[in-house]
Design a protein around this ligand. Structure first.
Ligand code: PMP
Length: 337
């Protein structure tokens, strides 16, 4: 038995019970470990789906160039798809992203342009604006546009949602997901709610992002926006892939709790996951009073820890930000709040 190429190995990721971090939390806490995808993140799923839908729609033609503004994980998925399918890739990213993520994209032959983080999306220097300009200027190019391209949500409606339903034999009661483009939570959440409208879908957001306030008030509040450290989740605009009607609530997690919890997942559960995994688990712990003994909670762990070696997994990095002082207490401290 073999796969015809690496893209066929995407998906069917393991669902694993947490036994230590969440021992004082009611219910069964399961994590969907997306690190086993070939690009080491959940984004492989939507990257391939976006490429294949673009091919079908005639937007991406043989020999074409894939362009995207990406924080790394979507780029990995697109770069791998491009290798297998024979496209070129140009990515724009921000100077906030891990060097490891950028080097990994280059390993697959992609060209990466690093843009400043702290400028408006409309600013011509922003990674959104630069990728759009390149897509206009380069002949036979296609911008994937993961924020507004609904193939993103559809990938999770077709894959992630059904896998969770089958792996829990329909017993899942809660889905907890860090929200960036919104594709994961909207697609998986919509599928699960169609199966059982009683399933709670909780989005994890970061301080500095607009999602939670928008969900609660309907107001896009620019004063919520400020720079933050947590990677992959939260935004300063509203992507089309965030379907607020599928999401029951948002919970915000601090950069410090997200960073320390990321480490705690490795130390207490043996799972080497990325920064947004720490945010998702910390957010779940903050919401623990809403859980009951029969709850079956699925938390998505979006990506792999190897991309954060110079960040949360580096003691000096943590110390410089004043995060290291009470590391041992993270889970316990959140639970006591
Ligand atoms: N975590 C990480 C590490 C990510 O790269 C992303 C994608 N931006 C997310 C979480 C959020 O996933 P989504 O874009 O599907 O909302």
């Amino acid at each position: 038995m073999w796969y015809n190429n690496i893209l066929e190995t995407i998906g069917n990721t393991p669902l694993v019970k947490l036994n230590n971090i969440t021992q004082d939390v009611r219910g069964t806490i399961l994590v969907k470990v997306e690190t086993t995808n070939p690009g080491n993140s959940i984004k492989d799923r939507m990257a391939v789906k976006m490429v294949e839908d673009a091919e079908k729609a005639g937007l991406l033609k043989p020999g074409g160039t894939i362009i995207e503004g990406t924080s790394g994980n979507t780029g990995m998925g697109l770069a791998i798809a491009a290798v297998i399918k024979g496209y070129k890739c140009i990515f724009t990213t921000t100077d906030k992203q891990s060097k490891e993520k950028i080097d990994a994209l280059r390993a697959f032959g992609a060209q990466v342009i690093v843009c400043p983080t702290n400028v408006d999306p409309e600013d011509p220097r922003s990674y959104y604006a630069v990728s759009s300009r390149l897509a206009r200027e380069i002949p036979n190019s296609w911008k994937a546009n993961q924020y507004d391209n609904l193939s993103n949500t559809q990938a999770h409606y077709e894959q992630t949602g059904p896998e969770i339903w089958e792996q829990t034999e329909g017993r899942v009661t809660h889905l907890v997901v860090g929200v960036g483009t919104g594709g994961t939570i909207s697609g998986a959440g919509r599928y699960l709610k169609e199966k059982n409208p009683g399933i709670q879908v909780w989005g994890i957001d970061s301080y500095g992002s607009v999602f939670k306030k928008y969900k609660e008030t309907g107001i896009f509040d620019k004063s919520e926006i400020h720079p933050y450290i947590t990677e992959g989740i939260g935004e300063d605009f509203l992507p089309k892939n965030v379907d607020f009607s599928v999401i029951d609530l948002f919970e915000k997690v601090t950069d410090k709790d997200a960073a320390l919890m990321t480490r705690e997942i490795a130390r207490k559960e043996g799972i080497f996951a990325g920064n947004s995994a720490g945010a998702a688990i910390a957010g779940l712990l903050q919401l623990k009073d809403r859980l009951h003994d029969d709850a079956v909670v699925v938390v998505i762990l979006h990506d792999h820890g190897s991309r954060y070696m110079a960040k949360m997994y580096n003691d000096d990095w943590l110390r410089e930000r004043g995060f290291l002082n009470d590391e041992k207490l993270t889970a316990q401290a959140i639970l006591r709040k």
